[in-house]
Design a protein around this ligand. Structure first.
Ligand code: ATP
Length: 236
């Protein structure tokens, strides 16, 4: 079954149209990448889905049109967004950030076991459990942002440039943890990433955006083997 379906999305900032026909679909439990150069419209696509940017076209989630809904409602129906730049609360501890992520949930016992699970997935966060968000390294903040989003138990987790600003080894371990999260839950993922190598190891399929349009969609393995993609996004 299709969880999320974008059909011919458009979006503008003032008079400037930056998305001009993005279509993609994320199956239940699937993981899909959005690749593309700087400014191609990847971040704007995620913002359109979570209701932060007004969009044209159709955005369906579990078969229902959600275009035009506000960010709160969209979060409430099971879409979580980890924005570029992370968005954790600097003044709150790791523990408090995780609790804030779960604020809409009633299943308190499960909330505690989810926290235990995340601290096992990200041992760095366990060591920093009572530290303020502001005291964390860039990699730890990214781990916290992902964990906080997961605490809402979304059906779809949208990650924007999870590797941005991280040392290569840290970026790799963050992606390994995301892959484990994927394997061990039924969560679906939509992943925006400049580092196509990392993204293509995680996702099943990916869509390439060029100046606000989807120009190519394919299976990860297929994209990795395409010369054009290798030259543009895989450094080879
Ligand atoms: P990046 O990796 O640089 O974030 P991206 O593919 O995610 O690139 P977007 O951030 O979606 O691209 O930006 C698409 C276009 O919209 C770019 O030309 C960008 O300069 C422009 N843009 C983004 N945010 C705004 C804004 N708030 N106001 C005006 N223009 C914007």
């Amino acid at each position: 079954m299709t969880l999320l379906e974008l059909e011919n999305i458009t979006a503008s900032y003032g008079p400037v149209q930056v998305i001009d026909g993005v279509s993609l679909s994320v199956p239940d439990g699937g993981a899909v990448g959005i690749l593309g150069a700087n400014g191609a419209g990847k971040t704007t696509t995620l913002r359109a889905i979570c209701g932060m940017v007004r969009a044209g076209g159709s955005i369906r989630f579990e078969g229902r049109e959600i275009r035009g809904m506000g960010p709160d409602r969209i979060a409430g129906i099971g879409i979580a967004h980890v924005p570029e730049g992370r968005g954790t609360f600097a003044g709150l501890s790791v523990k408090e950030n995780l609790r804030v992520g779960a604020y809409l949930r009633k299943d308190r016992a499960k909330v505690s076991s989810d926290i235990d699970y995340l601290l096992d997935l990200f041992p760095n966060l366990k060591a920093r459990y009572t530290s303020a968000g502001s005291a964390l390294s860039g990699g730890e903040q990214q781990m916290l942002a992902i964990s906080r989003a997961y605490m809402a138990r979304p059906k779809l987790l949208m990650l924007d440039e999870a590797s941005l600003g991280l040392a290569p080894g840290t970026a790799k371990s963050v992606y390994q943890a995301i892959a484990r999260l994927r394997q061990e839950s039924d969560i679906a993922m939509l992943v925006v990433e400049q580092n196509a190598n990392l993204a293509l190891d995680l996702v099943d399929t990916a869509t390439v955006l060029e100046t606000g349009r989807s120009v190519l969609t394919g299976a990860s393995e297929e994209l990795k083997s395409m010369d054009e993609i290798r030259r543009a996004y895989l450094g080879g």
